[in-house]
Design a protein around this ligand. Structure first.
Ligand code: IPE
Ligand code: IPE
Ligand code: MG
Length: 230
């Protein structure tokens, strides 16, 4: 099962407490650790893709952007050992040419040494834009192609594997939109929105979203399994 999360609401969480937005991002990083641990412990989620930095987030104030970049680097450095211990494969999707050389080196190191992890595939989306990825794939196309062939072009455009289709997409923070996240992969994703700000999201909330997913009747354009046999 592929679960994806739009981790939204860090800034508002901090503002409500009279703290700078960057404090919200630091609190959000702690939530990432907790949710990754919960996903690793459970045996339901095989791939977990987290939206960490959208390409459009470059438009934020320079200080917020640099603080997010520092946090990402720190997260990768501190989590690599834990990933190895827990059998987590960590990889990154998105553009790398606008990231600092230092961050790219850290990403490549983490990807290399966790490559054999098989209990969970954790993917961080950094400088990621689904529209840019799809446009990049279209630019690589020569004439018509099947969805399977298109995914090869998409992989080349993303400089990463496309990954399986998203089964469950969770968005915290109260907004009900996709914000340019995995538009192709979410074709039949079940969407779960919660008002909880990301720093307050926890294991029970994550499990509640998984239970909500289990209750959904996925039809993929066909009929529900009960009707199919009738
Ligand atoms: C999500 O929280 C984290 C990133 C986008 C990097 P926000 O920073 O968007 O928090 P809000 O939506 O302003 O509360
Ligand atoms: C989406 O959140 C991006 C991430 C969570 C990394 P945003 O806060 O950037 O999205 P909008 O601006 O509310 O659509
Ligand atoms: Mg936001």
């Amino acid at each position: 099962m592929h679960t994806a999360i739009i981790m939204d609401g860090n800034g508002r969480w901090a503002e409500r407490r009279g703290l700078p937005r960057t404090a919200g991002h630091r609190a959000g990083a702690k939530t990432v650790r907790k949710i990754v641990e919960a996903a690793t412990r459970g045996d339901v989620v095989e791939v977990l893709t987290l939206y960490a930095f959208a390409s459009n987030n470059w438009s934020r104030p320079t200080l917020e952007v640099s603080s997010l970049m520092r946090l990402l680097k720190r997260y990768l450095v501190s989590e690599t050992a834990r990933c190895l211990d827990n059998g987590v494969r960590l990889s990154v999707i998105g553009r790398r040419d606008r990231l600092s050389r230092d961050l790219v080196n850290t990403i490549e190191h983490t990807e290399r040494i966790t490559a054999n992890g098989s209990s969970l595939h954790l993917r961080l989306a950094i400088d990621y834009s689904a529209q840019a990825a799809i446009a990049g794939a279209a630019a690589r196309m020569r004439g018509e192609c099947s969805p399977e062939e298109f995914e090869r072009h998409l992989a080349a455009a993303m400089h990463a594997e496309v990954g399986p289709p998203v089964d469950l997409l969770i968005r915290t923070g109260g907004e009900q939109r996709l914000s340019d996240f995995m538009l192709w992969e979410c074709a039949y994703a079940e969407l779960v929105f919660t008002d909880t700000f990301w720093p307050d999201f926890d294991e029970p909330a994550f499990e509640a979203a998984l239970r909500e997913f289990a209750r959904r009747d996925r039809r993929f354009g066909g009929l529900s399994s009960a009707r199919q046999s009738g």
